[in-house]
Write a protein that binds this ligand. Structure first.
Ligand code: MTE
Length: 322
């Protein structure tokens, strides 16, 4: 993954979420373009823009028992410091360009080793799910992290409804491929479309979330609208965005980062401070949005979720299966 010099953002540079809510208006496309341009300049100058996104509120979600008790990263860092290479490789690119993505209507193709294959309208999928707010830390492989109040539903519930066959050992996820909407796909940073995968027991773990929003609102495009995966005990690259296909397979799927550099990005990608990336340590992480000079925090094994997930890897050599 390309490593950029860290931005020196501080808490003082951003608008608190409540003030943001009070002042926000629906952003027209020309205003969004203006904001997008100023946002690149501000990000380049180390400042977060005061307003970028005005998503619809999500109603009817409950809070989750799985939430961590930590203060979420300010909204504007979560929505302006992103990895979404389909819109460019700089952290500010997705916030600038992701308005190009049309997220409604949206359908998800379900195929492979499954009893109910088909092309499902996302609206129909959502009618059958219980939405929850889950405050999870997202630990990126690039050694930074954020705490985000995601909204979404349990992937396990969706999988049960799709009735996988006994041959389904893995689940593969694919992002939309459309270089007109996702201009980053015109360059060869990765082999497109972006693909990720989980072993079936990882996909069925109650922590695994299909997210449709954050901070009480529909997912901003730059964070992976309208539907993305969140696997909180794995490095962020497993949490694939803007999913259009879910395939159940007998064999381990070929995943984008693993295919591009298999010695650097393993299929499992479990957060593990003891297993360094070949080019940098994973023992500590920079907390995005923390005041300047805040020390890095120690990275936790499985990102702190060992109790819920360590059993999935019992007997496995985590250095070999990184
Ligand atoms: N999904 C797609 N389709 N394309 C990407 O480039 N980047 C991944 C992941 N999902 C990525 C993706 C990486 S490296 C990280 S750290 C997280 O998204 C970042 O999510 P965020 O921008 O919401 O913080």
């Amino acid at each position: 993954m390309l490593i950029k010099k860290p931005l020196s953002l501080t808490d003082n540079d951003v608008t608190p979420k409540d003030d943001f809510d009070k002042s926000r208006t629906i952003i027209s496309s020309s205003r969004r373009r203006f904001l997008a341009q100023s946002s690149s300049l501000m990000l380049a100058g180390g400042l977060a823009p005061s307003t970028l996104w005005a998503g619809n509120k999500i109603e009817n979600y409950v809070s989750s028992q799985f939430s961590i008790k930590e203060k979420p990263t300010p909204y504007e860092y979560v929505t302006t410091y992103n990895n979404f290479y389909e819109f460019g490789t700089a952290k500010g690119d997705p916030a600038v360009r992701a308005h190009l993505l049309k997220t409604k209507p949206w359908s998800v193709t379900v195929e492979g080793e499954v009893g109910k294959p088909g092309v499902y309208d996302l609206e129909d999928i959502l009618k059958r799910q219980q939405l929850e707010e889950r405050i999870y830390r997202l630990r990126c492989v690039e050694a930074w992290s954020m705490v985000v109040p995601w909204i979404g539903f349990s992937l396990a519930e969706l999988i049960k409804q799709m009735e996988p066959t006994s041959k389904a050992k893995y689940v593969e996820f694919t992002t939309l491929y459309d270089p007109e909407q996702m201009p980053g796909q015109k360059s060869r940073t990765l082999k497109w479309p972006y693909v990720e995968g989980l072993r079936m027991d990882e996909a069925m773990n109650p922590l695994t979330l299909m997210a449709t929003g954050l901070y009480g609102e529909e997912m901003p495009n730059q964070n992976g609208a309208p539907l993305r995966l969140i696997v909180p005990w794995k490095y962020g690259f497993k949490s694939i965005k803007s999913i259009v296909k879910i395939r159940f397979t007998e064999h381990m799927p070929k995943t984008s980062w693993n295919e591009s550099a298999k010695h650097e990005y393993g299929f499992y990608a479990n957060v593990n401070p003891q297993v360094p990336h070949p080019r940098w340590s994973q023992s500590r992480e920079r907390v995005i949005g923390a005041p300047l000079f805040t020390p890095k925090r120690d990275t936790e094994l499985f990102n702190g979720y060992g109790e819920q997930v360590a059993h999935l890897y019992k007997g496995m050599n985590l250095r070999q299966f990184f």
